[in-house]
Design a protein around this ligand. Structure first.
Ligand code: A2P
Length: 341
């Protein structure tokens, strides 16, 4: 008989939590019991798990000794409080928040890039899931880094509002409707209008003038690639797309790599789908391609006309799936296969 694992989904009513539940069901993760946990506000609500409905329970009252795996996506402060408690009870936490990502003894994992790091879950019983923008960028860059080495990454992101959470999706809807109706736009989640706009601001501003979202891409790239010499220069931008982040990557490589060689390398990489026809629509977009799907799509592969070792890519992926829930479930799959079996 297949061994099963009891799984607690923390933040089960949220944008990522809902997708975690659907991906667990879709991929037939060998679950025993699944616990849907959220705040006291949501107790008794129902959430979908495949064909079943689960009744939401209060995280604050949950006994984590009942679960072997905890998928956390309820915000950094919730992970700060509850992840160590869960780990203490023997529930291995896969944390989708930024709370533990930068601690040296916590593994930060993209299964296509550094699966061996999962072994370090034994340190504290916690594995960190990287930032959505970092995950899709590194799935695309790992084969290139292995082949020729990456010296510097210039990246501009075009990020969907679902990355902020459900309230942000609602704000985009309401602002769009208000603009169609000729009514005033109300901004509560974002500091400026997001509908029909682009905000060069994700997470808080830091002393060096970058935002924390941008610095996450710097810190996480170096940690996951295990290479502190990779230079990363990001600008993170929120745009009025609901699902799917896009990234324009401008790479400075250690040795030249032409577009055809890059395409061949990337086509063989795990988790990647190439859409790179040099014609109308021959490239991936968030709304038409990545929404609701698993791959990291790569297009616009071309040599940089301004740099002898430059290469440009356009990388698109569903931020709630590969950028969050899918990556967490893939980590859980590696964990049960290699360590908890
Ligand atoms: P709730 O719906 O009960 O507020 P999103 O990122 O889409 O906004 O979702 C955030 C998730 O985190 C939701 O599931 C939310 O539950 C959960 N959450 C927020 N605050 C708490 C809390 N204090 N305790 C448990 N879960 C929380």
């Amino acid at each position: 008989m297949t061994k099963t694992y009891d799984v607690a989904v923390v933040g089960a009513t949220g944008a990522v939590g809902e997708v975690m539940l659907s991906i667990l069901a879709e991929r037939q993760f060998p679950v025993g019991k699944v616990y849907a946990l959220a705040s006291a506000r949501s107790v008794g609500k129902k959430v979908r798990f495949g064909e079943q409905e689960l009744i939401v329970e209060d995280l604050a009252d949950f006994d984590f000794s009942k679960a072997q795996i905890g998928l956390f996506s309820a915000g950094a402060s919730i992970s700060e409080k509850f992840a160590p408690k869960a780990a203490e009870k023997g529930c291995v936490v896969i944390d989708n928040t930024s709370r533990y990502r930068y601690e040296d003894d916590i593994p930060l994992v993209v299964p296509e890039v550094n699966p061996a790091a999962i072994a370090e879950y034994k340190n504290r019983g916690i594995i960190a899931n990287p930032n959505c923008s970092t995950i899709q960028m590194l799935v695309a860059l790992k084969p290139i880094h292995d082949a020729v080495g990456i010296e510097r990454i210039n990246v501009a992101t075009y990020q969907a509002v679902s990355g902020t959470g459900k309230e942000a999706i609602d704000e985009l809807d309401m602002q769009t409707q208000a603009l169609f109706d000729g009514k005033p736009v109300v901004s509560e989640v974002y500091p400026k209008q997001i509908a029909f706009n682009a905000l060069p601001h994700i997470d808080v501003f830091l002393d060096n003038g970058y935002t924390k979202e941008e610095m996450k891409m710097v810190w996480e790239t170096q940690k996951i690639m295990g290479d502190e010499t990779i230079l990363v220069n990001p600008t993170a931008v929120r745009i009025p797309v609901k699902y799917g982040h896009s990234e324009a990557l401008h790479l400075e490589l250690k040795a030249p790599l032409d577009a055809q060689a890059a395409r061949t390398l990337l086509a063989a990489a795990p988790g990647v789908s190439i859409m790179d026809d040099r014609c109308d629509g021959g490239y991936p977009t968030a709304a038409t391609d990545s929404d609701g799907t698993d791959p990291v799509y790569i297009g616009r592969i071309r040599q940089d006309i301004s740099h002898p070792r430059g290469l440009n890519l356009w990388v698109v992926s569903d931020n709630l799936r590969k950028g969050a829930a899918l990556n967490s479930v893939q980590i859980a799959e590696c964990l049960i296969q290699d360590y908890l079996a």
